[in-house]
Design a protein. Structure first.
Length: 443
């Protein structure tokens, strides 16, 4: 028996309620599944025709409505059959989430169709890979997924990521078929996400989510933001992920730097995703007061790395994973920092003003312990810098095994393109600038 997957309007609301908290933990979805093809009893020709009909459906006769969320949180224009249904909830801290359900009418079988979107406010961008896997639930992919990354055209801007694939779920007596259409817009302190896994409506969801992302105006989204940048990751010409960074100045004169990234690996038979988020708290002079990194490996919130300055120039580093924690103190051989914050130093190396530069970042050793790694930067030629990654206290026995990246810089030292062993990161947006006092420091 061949059945059509139906959307469930409550699924995305529950998903955002889970992820709205600042800790971003406890929201692990099902494990990744191998790609599979739909199969069921009956006439193969008739079944193929039905699958094609299900996945070819698009909504028609929609009209535009102006959307206003409570308390002036956000406004946008959306297309639907009727005014959108909105429900907002407060979560822990300063986080809040709102669900937005768009009526798409009925499909060819007379079943009601909707597109559910949601908006979330919080200090850390929601992990795209986990949102995708949780939205898919038990459904498997019938093909390698298609990822697309771009920049929203509206006044708020924002990085836009999309995930599309034909999906199905097979039981002992039936096959349910659908089409995964998942999209997110990332902006400082705010995530918009749309999800639908019912069959067809790819063009409809593309158009409606683009309209929402481009017209959305979020209250206070640019407050204190001094710089934001976004990059698309690709393997060959196919997009495989993204990076999104921004720095916001606080009322106390200090700064918060936030970074989020998504990476996907896929073959004809398998696929998996990794998510990463980082938050750096700096004082009014730009010195690091605290740094926290969150890694999701596959479908689980795997580990948290954090660091705080101690006495005598030492760092206290802590690793939390699987309900256990491991902490140690170590003296860094270079300042703890980030690539974005070190842009002025990259410029000096790339222009020949300095022979080299080095900064530290958090890492996990081969033994699973918290440690530091170092980005060693040297000039290749004007505007092109080589980065070699070195683990704390270790020199690679085989220099060929050392991670190397080539960084192409603009005239301010910000990275335009990063070429690694198997991927290329290309910048798609940069606005603003770093505070003028930010200068590179010698170890």
């Amino acid at each position: 028996m061949l059945l059509h997957i139906r959307s469930r309007a409550s699924a995305l609301t529950a998903l955002f309620a889970c992820f709205a908290g600042a800790s971003l933990s406890g929201c692990a979805p099902a494990e990744g599944r191998a790609a599979s093809s739909a199969a069921a009893g009956g006439d193969p020709t008739l079944m193929a025709a039905k699958v094609q009909r299900i996945r070819g459906w698009e909504a028609t006769g929609l009209k535009t409505f102006h959307l206003e969320l409570p308390d002036g949180l956000m406004s946008a224009d959306v297309d639907a059959k009727a005014p959108p249904k909105v429900e907002c909830k407060n979560a822990e801290g300063d986080t809040r989430s709102c669900s937005i359900v768009l009526d798409l009418g009925k499909d060819d079988e007379g079943a009601p169709r909707t597109l559910e979107c949601a908006a979330a406010w919080g200090p850390i961008p929601l992990p795209f890979g986990i949102l995708v896997k949780t939205s898919l639930g038990k459904m498997g992919l019938n093909e390698p997924p298609r990822v697309d990354v771009g920049w929203a055209k509206g006044s708020d801007g924002g990085l836009v990521a999309r995930f599309n694939a034909n999906v199905s779920y097979e039981t002992s007596d039936r096959v349910l078929v659908g089409t995964a259409k998942l999209a997110a817009r990332y902006a400082p302190g705010h995530t918009l996400f749309c999800a639908d896994t019912a069959g067809g409506a790819e063009k409809t969801v593309q158009r409606l989510s683009t309209q929402l992302f481009d017209t959305a105006k979020v209250k206070g989204i640019a407050d204190g933001v001094v710089i934001q940048t976004a990059a698309k990751e690709r393997r060959g010409q196919a997009a495989t992920g993204f990076r999104f960074d921004f720095v916001r100045k606080g009322e106390d004169g200090g700064f918060t730097e936030v970074k989020s990234s998504f990476h996907m690996k896929s073959t004809d038979k398998t696929w998996d995703v990794n998510d990463f988020a980082m938050s750096v708290t700096r004082d009014a002079k730009g010195s690091v007061e605290a740094l926290k990194e969150l890694f999701w490996v596959g479908a689980q919130h795997a580990l948290v790395l954090s660091a705080k300055p101690g006495e005598g120039g030492r760092l206290r580093i802590k690793l939390e994973a699987n309900g256990k924690s491991d902490a140690l103190e170590m003296t860094p051989q270079a300042p703890l920092s980030t690539e974005l914050w070190e842009s002025p130093s990259l410029l000096r190396v790339g222009s020949g003003g300095a022979p080299k530069h080095r900064y530290a970042f958090l890492a996990v050793s081969e033994d699973g312990e918290p440690t530091l790694a170092y980005s060693n930067l040297t000039r290749i030629r004007q505007g092109l810098v080589q980065e070699e990654v070195e683990m704390h206290g270790k020199k690679p026995k085989d220099a060929g095994k050392q991670q190397r990246n080539e960084l192409s810089l603009d005239d301010r030292g910000f990275v335009i393109k990063q070429v690694s062993s198997d991927t290329v990161d290309e910048r798609i947006h940069l606005s603003g600038t770093l505070p003028t006092f930010v200068v590179g420091k010698k170890p």
